[in-house]
Design a protein around this ligand. Structure first.
Ligand SMILES: Nc1ncnc2c1ncn2[C@@H]1O[C@H](COP(=O)(O)OP(=O)(O)OP(=O)(O)O)[C@@H](O)[C@H]1O
Ligand SMILES: [Mg+2]
Length: 359
C-alpha cells in the first residue's frame, strides 16, 4: 500500500465512522450557525459567491466584524477520485493542524475561525485581494516563502493552482487545503515519502500554475519573453531552496533529503548560467505532461488542457532529440520513440476533448 492509499483508506474510514473533527466555537460565529449552514447567494449580506468550485461553495459574507469566508461542502465532490472525494475532510484536518501551530503558523496561511467536517462548514476571514496573476519578484518571493515555510513544518501543498492563491497587494495567501498532505521533511521528500521524486514545491507551482502563464506569454509575446519570466522565477526559487536546505540542515534532515535538494539547486544554477532555454524545455515538458495527466485522471479537462497538450505535441515534434538528451521523459513516456510518443499524445488529446468540464 502506498502512502497515498493509506491516507485515503484512513480518511474514507473516518468519513464512514461518523466521528467528528473540527475546531472553534459555534457560538462565536459572525452569524448563527443554522443560518450559515443554509447560506447561499440570495442572502443580502453575501457580496460574492464562488459556486463553481469542485469541492465546495464559497461565500463572502459582509458583517459588522468584517468580511468572512463561508465555505460549505458539496454533498459529493465533483472530482471523480478518492483524493477529490475526501478533499473536504482533508481541508478540515489541515486547518486543525495549522491552527494548532499557533504563532508558528506561517504568515500567508489563512486563519480558521470555525470548521466542522460533519456540518460541512468552514469559516475564515475573507482576504481582501485578488487571485495572484501578476508574477514579479514580490509575488514570486512571497509565494516561495510560504511554500518553504509550509514544507519545513511538514505540510506539502499539491494544488498551487491560480484559484488557490490570493494576493492582497503586499503578500500572497493560501486558503484552500483540500490537497495539502502531511509528511516528515527530515526523512521524506514529499507526502509520498521518497517514492515520487518529481514532486516538490517549485515543481507544484510550475505545474499547476506558472507554466500555464508562460504558455500564454509564449503566445502573446514570444519565447524570448517567456524565457525571461522563467529565469526570474527560477532565480527566486533558487534562493528559496537555499533557505529550504538551511532549514532542513538545522532540523537534522537526512543526507538523502538534503542531497535531493542540493542536486536540484546545482542543476538550476548550472542551467541558469549555461543554457536556461534547455531548462525551460525540460521543466516545461515535465509540468505540462504532469498537469495533463492530473486533468485526465480527475476527468477535469479544460481548454487549457488542450493548449498544454498542443505544447507537448509541438515539443516532441520539434525537440525530441533535445528532450531525450535532457532526460526529460519520465514514467510511461521514458523509452518511447518519437512516433510512439506522438501517438500517445494524440490519444491523450482525444481523451481531453472527451472530458471537458463546464468552466
Ligand atoms: N479567504 C478567502 N479570501 C479571499 N478569497 C477567497 C478566500 N477563500 C476563497 N476565496 C475565493 O474563492 C474561490 C474558491 O475558494 P476555494 O479554493 O477555497 O474553494 P474550492 O471549492 O476548493 O474550489 P476548487 O475546488 O475549485 O479549488 C477562490 O478561488 C478565491 O477566489
Ligand atoms: Mg480551490
Amino acid at each position: 500500500m502506498t502512502r497515498d492509499e493509506a491516507r485515503q483508506a484512513a480518511q474514507l474510514a473516518f468519513a464512514a465512522s461518523g466521528e467528528e473533527i473540527g475546531l472553534g466555537d459555534a457560538g462565536a460565529l459572525p452569524m448563527p450557525i443554522e443560518q450559515l449552514l443554509t447560506l447561499d447567494e440570495t442572502h443580502p449580506d453575501v457580496v460574492e459567491a464562488h459556486t463553481g468550485g469542485l469541492t465546495g461553495f464559497v461565500y463572502r459574507l459582509r458583517t459588522p466584524t468584517g468580511d468572512w469566508n463561508i465555505k460549505r461542502a458539496r454533498s459529493a465532490s465533483l472530482v471523480q477520485n478518492p483524493d477529490g472525494q475526501t478533499s473536504f475532510l482533508n481541508e478540515v484536518q489541515r486547518r486543525c493542524e495549522l491552527e494548532a501551530l499557533g504563532d508558528d503558523c506561517p504568515p500567508g496561511v489563512v486563519r480558521t475561525r470555525y470548521a466542522s467536517f460533519r456540518k460541512g462548514l468552514i469559516v475564515s476571514p475573507w482576504i481582501d485581494g485578488e487571485i495572484a496573476r501578476r508574477w514579479d519578484e514580490r509575488t514570486l518571493s512571497s509565494l516561495f516563502d510560504l511554500l518553504v515555510d509550509l514544507y519545513l513544518r511538514g505540510f506539502f501543498e499539491w494544488d498551487v493552482s491560480p484559484g488557490n492563491v490570493v494576493d492582497d497587494g503586499s503578500r500572497l495567501w493560501m486558503f484552500d487545503f483540500g490537497y495539502m498532505y502531511r509528511f516528515d521533511p527530515r526523512v521524506d521528500f514529499n507526502s509520498n515519502g521518497l517514492d515520487a521524486l518529481l514532486f516538490h514545491p517549485a515543481e507544484r507551482f510550475e505545474t499547476r500554475n506558472y507554466f500555464a502563464v508562460l504558455l500564454e506569454r509564449e503566445k502573446a509575446a514570444g519565447q524570448g519573453a517567456a524565457l525571461k519570466d522563467f529565469v526570474l522565477e527560477k532565480q527566486i526559487a533558487l534562493a528559496a531552496y537555499e533557505r529550504l536546505v538551511s532549514g532542513l540542515r538545522a532540523m537534522g534532515a537526512t543526507h538523502t533529503v538534503i542531497g535531493l535538494f542540493t542536486a536540484i539547486i546545482a542543476r538550476w544554477t548550472r542551467a541558469l548560467r549555461e543554457d536556461p532555454a534547455a531548462l525551460y524545455l525540460a521543466e516545461g515538458w515535465r509540468s505540462h505532461r504532469l498537469d495533463l495527466d492530473d486533468d485526465l485522471r480527475g476527468q477535469t479537462c479544460t481548454r487549457r488542457t488542450l493548449a498544454r497538450t498542443d505544447w507537448l505535441i509541438e515539443a516532441v515534434s520539434e525537440h525530441f532529440v533535445a528532450l531525450k538528451a535532457l532526460d526529460a521523459f519520465f514514467w510511461h513516456d521514458a523509452g518511447l520513440s518519437r512516433e510512439a510518443l506522438l501517438a500517445q499524445l494524440a490519444d491523450d488529446r482525444a481523451s481531453a476533448v472527451r472530458w471537458q468540464i463546464a468552466t
